[in-house]
Design a protein around this ligand. Structure first.
Ligand code: ADP
Ligand code: MG
Ligand code: ZN
Length: 503
């Protein structure tokens, strides 16, 4: 629920009532509107934004509490551009800072950030900008640690204040957002407690470690689940199996690598907490549900990071990547009938109309928008600008403002269509693929120049791209594009979960 609190100190404007903050005749109102429209390209402010902005521009302290996506950032970004000097933003999560930096840079706004991984040069550069009247720096993002621990930074800040350059302090997000992991966990908990309450199922994970950890977490929420994998002693395994068959356990958490040889008729749900290795595997795994011919549900949690993890597991197999990409393409698709896609893969005849709303896409058809992702191919570097170590950055590139979700989907499309190529390196410390644990570094690199999203290739172009913290990059001409099965036009899909029912 939206809530807005104006904590008003002893300022001369403290007597203003709430409505007064909506006024548009402040000395900055004209310029504000100008910047809002020309720099941020925002036609109209949302509720609570104008009063907040007016309050902060009046020098009044305020706290704004709105839901995620409500537009809180704009409430200090816009004032930052209208004010003289620098707005200091404290933000707890580096990934959130990076997202905002990208958006700001795409709008040509002079913004910089300092975090633990900033290089000496960057730190020096920022410190210089803080106290240089000619730097033009408008927004400076720092982590709370920087503010708390760096004496040198505090000294610069003091100097900046003495020079009259400290416009305001904004604290963005006072608590970090739940991680993807935590969000995923709470969805899983919800499914087991509500939708699949009293029903029996299987949850698949990629590794034994994942299975063990997931079980630990689910058990801490009082859910009755047990791990089921190859490393269990035979007698333990059969005990788990028996308890599951007798519905003492609601679900077993199994690794996809482990052939279960089970035939429980009343499995009502199969949840893929990771993606399968191929369409064939997916078909078999999800096919463990509903053997009694009653409706059952299959849910896949799909995230770009899974592609990276899974590909390191399968790339040594002859058609490992090809199979995996086939499945990724299925996951990425945002509108076709799921069952139709599966049937097509197995060369079976299937009319979409036969689905009768049993898959998520037929149940709730989405509006489909075609997106030309070629331009993003060229922008990949920009998207990842500033994400990795300083030596990976391309200074002259400009940044687009796409969201992380969209960027990840775009990269996934570029991968499965062969415009990008994954490259795998082993470090002395990484175990061999197939040993059950993926080797740590995933390397994605090498892209051919994209003029349009077609088969025409231009000369190769060196573009580097980083996906994980521990990565290295190669540049070479990517292999020729393999056509995806189904050949549907690339579209985006903002959700990272989909369901598919079968009966
Ligand atoms: P929050 O920090 O509250 O989670 P953001 O500040 O990141 O939300 O804003 C979410 C999105 O909404 C951003 O893409 C931002 O550009 C956009 N946005 C913010 N204010 C407006 C507005 N008045 N009109 C249109 N879009 C807006
Ligand atoms: Mg925000
Ligand atoms: Zn369907």
């Amino acid at each position: 629920k939206e809530k807005l609190i104006y904590a008003i100190q002893q300022q001369k404007s403290a007597h203003l009532a709430r409505n007064d903050w909506e006024r548009q005749d402040f000395s900055w109102s004209k310029e504000l509107e100008n910047v809002q429209k020309s720099v941020f390209k925002i036609p109209a402010l949302r509720e609570h934004q104008l009063p907040t902005i007016n309050a902060t521009l009046s020098g009044v302290d305020c706290i704004l509490i709105m839901p995620t996506g409500g537009g809180k950032s704009l409430c200090f970004q816009l004032p930052a551009l209208v004010s003289k000097g620098i707005t200091l933003v404290v933000s707890p999560l580096v990934s959130l800072m990076e997202d905002q930096m990208m958006g700001l840079k795409a709008r040509g706004i002079n913004a910089r950030m300092l975090c633990a991984s900033s290089t000496k040069e960057e730190v020096n550069g920022v410190h210089g900008d803080m106290i240089s009247a000619s730097s033009g720096l408008k927004l400076l993002y720092v982590t709370p640690e920087k503010l708390a621990k760096s004496k040198r930074f505090m000294t610069k800040l003091q100097k900046m204040h003495q020079m009259g350059r400290f416009a305001r302090l904004a604290i963005d997000e006072v608590r970090p957002k739940p991680s993807v992991q935590a969000e995923c966990m709470s969805q899983l908990q919800h499914l087991l407690e509500r939708e699949f309450k009293g029903q029996s199922g299987i949850i698949y994970t990629m590794t034994i470690k994942d299975a063990v950890e997931l079980v630990k977490e689910l058990r801490s929420k009082n859910l009755r689940v047990a791990p089921y994998h190859a490393q269990l002693e035979a007698d333990v395994r059969s005990k788990v199996h028996r308890k599951w068959v007798e519905n003492e356990y609601q679900a077993v958490v199994a690794t996809i690598a482990f052939g279960m040889g089970i035939d429980k008729p009343d499995v009502r749900f199969v949840i893929h907490h990771c993606i399968s290795k191929s369409m064939e595997n997916f078909y078999q795994e999800s096919g463990r549900a509903g053997r009694d011919a009653k409706p059952a549900k299959c849910i896949v949690f799909w995230r770009f990071a899974d592609l990276a993890r899974q590909s390191t597991m399968v790339f040594t197999e002859q058609t490992g990547l090809e199979n995996l990409y086939g499945l990724i393409s299925y996951c990425l698709d945002s509108h076709r009938c799921r069952r139709n896609m599966i049937a097509e893969h197995f060369d079976e005849r299937w009319e979409t109309a036969d689905c009768q709303g049993m898959c998520d896409h037929c149940k709730a058809p989405r509006e489909v928008k075609n997106l030309d992702i070629a331009k993003y191919g060229q922008k990949l570097v920009d998207l990842f600008l500033g994400k990795g170590p300083a030596k990976m950055r391309v200074q002259e590139a400009t940044v687009t403002g796409v969201t992380r979700d969209r960027a990840e989907n775009i990269i996934a499309f570029l991968l499965i269509d062969g415009f990008l190529k994954e490259d795998f390196h082993f470090t002395p410390y990484s175990p061999k693929a197939g040993a059950g644990i993926p080797p740590s570094p995933l390397i994605v690199g090498g892209i051919r120049k994209l003029s349009s999203f077609s088969e025409e290739s231009a000369e190769s172009d060196k573009i580097t791209l980083a996906t994980k913290q521990n990565h290295s990059v190669t540049s070479n001409e990517a292999n020729k594009g393999t056509k995806r099965k189904g050949g549907s036009k690339p579209t985006t899909n903002n959700s990272d979960q989909y369901t598919h029912s079968s009966n």
